[in-house]
Design a protein around this ligand. Sequence first.
Ligand code: NYM
Length: 212
Amino acid sequence: MSAGKRGALIIFEGCDRSGKTTQSRLLVKHLKSKGLSVLAMNFPERSSSIGQVINSYLTNSKDLPDEVIHLMFSANRWEHMNQVKQQLLEGTTLVVDRYSYSGVAYSAAKGLDFDWCYAPERGLLKPDAVFYLRAPAADDLANRGQYGEERYEKVEFQGRVAKVFDKICSKEASYWHQLDASQSVDDLHAQVAGIAEELLPKVANQPIDKLS
Ligand code: NYM
C-alpha cells in the first residue's frame, strides 16, 4: 500500500439470521485473496467488560432498563473507536458485522425514541458503505436455525426491527446498499464483492468522516 492510503469501513446490517455473519466472512476472505489488508470485527464486541455485561443481557442472565443497555451497546462501539481509526489509517479495511444502526433499530423497535437512540452514535466513525441484507418475511428467517435462543430473536420483534432499518436505509441512501437476503449465498457475495472492490480505491484518499 502506498503512503497515506486508508482502508475502508464496511458494515453489514440487518435482522438476526439475515446472513450478515456469512457474508462478512466471505468478503474478508475475498479481499484477503486479492492481497489486501483486511480485518473482521463485530458489534457487540463481547470480550471487554462492557461487552461481557451486554452478553449477560443478551443471554438473559441479566436484566437492565432499555435505556441502560442501549447506552452500553453504544459505549461498546466508542471503546473501540481509537483502534478502528488507527487500523483504517494504517491502510487496513475493516469489515464489521453490525454497527450503530443495529443499536438504533433494536432499541427503537422496543419503543425508545429514534432521535434519542441515534444521539450517542454521533461522532463515531462514519462507514464508507453499509450492506443492508434485507430479510424476506421474518418467519422465513426463523427457519434458518437457532432462532429464539437470545433476547430479541422473536418473529414479531424482528419485523419491527426491519421497519426501523428500512427507515434508516431510505435516509442514508448515499452509502447504504440494500441487498435481497433471500438470494443464494454465492449471488449475494458476488454483489457485495463487486461493490466493495469499486469502493476501496475510491475512499483510499478520502478523509474519514464522522456520524452526524
Ligand atoms: N444489538 C446489537 C443491539 O440490540 N444493539 C446494538 O447496538 C448491537 C450492535 O445484539 N440480536 C443486538 C442485535 C442482536 C444481538 O448481535 C447480538 P449478534 O450479531 O447476533 O452477535
